[in-house]
Design a protein around this ligand. Sequence first.
Ligand code: AP5
Length: 216
Amino acid sequence: MLKQKNLIFIGAPGAGKGTISGILLAKYPFAHISTGDILRDEIKRDTQLGREASVLMKAGKLVPDEVVAGMVRARLAQPDCQKGFILDGFPRTIHQADLLGEALRELNNPLDRVIYFKVDDELLLQRLTARQNCRKCGEIYNKLFMPSKVEGVCDKCGGELFQRPDDSLETAKSRLEVFYKQTQPLIDYYEKQGLLLTVTETDKDKIVAALEQELA
Ligand code: AP5
């Protein structure tokens, strides 16, 4: 059983941040703040921000720190974030982490733990290139590891499954490079603050059980 917690999920693309968030959110009333999802929503609504982000995301590059930090700051100020939150995919640079620290101090809502999902590159690339997402409800599947019951159809809502444009092998490799260069330094950053918990397990049920035990 998890108590109210303010958590960051860090991990390379495909490490399972979204998958584990989804399982926990079905059981606990955390706010889920996924910067990737917020940006994809901007793209869907064809906003100015969405058009600019789309070019960067398709190339596997990061959206500018100030833009993403501003979105997260606004989201964290909403009342549901006082009941605990999971930050999924943010921060991704030291500058973003500094901006987050400032925002949380202002909001008087400090972090409890930072969970680092550590997964081998080979497995990450296998997962990413076989990932499918539901167009309607966002549920995450995997053709190799977590297939839907009927190919191409969401088990939960019957929506159509699709492959994210940034999940091609070429873009997935670029995203991994960006992770090691720009996000990996955050591991030390949060280790020094005594907040880091590294997860090396790859079985999702065991990961959830370990988190429930560690964070109880
Ligand atoms: P974002 O959407 O955050 O993508 P990401 O961080 O690259 O992470 P992913 O969503 O690819 O992977 P995940 O760890 O959630 O894995 P998942 O659970 O889906 O960001 C996209 C882009 O937006 C960025 O490249 C950047 O351009 C921009 N952006 C976002 N945040 C930003 C920020 N803070 N600053 C700047 N730019 C930002 O799992 C992957 C697959 O593996 C699935 O198919 C799943 O079914 C399978 N799987 C997962 N876990 C398991 C398991 N335990 N066993 C078997 N299969 C599993």
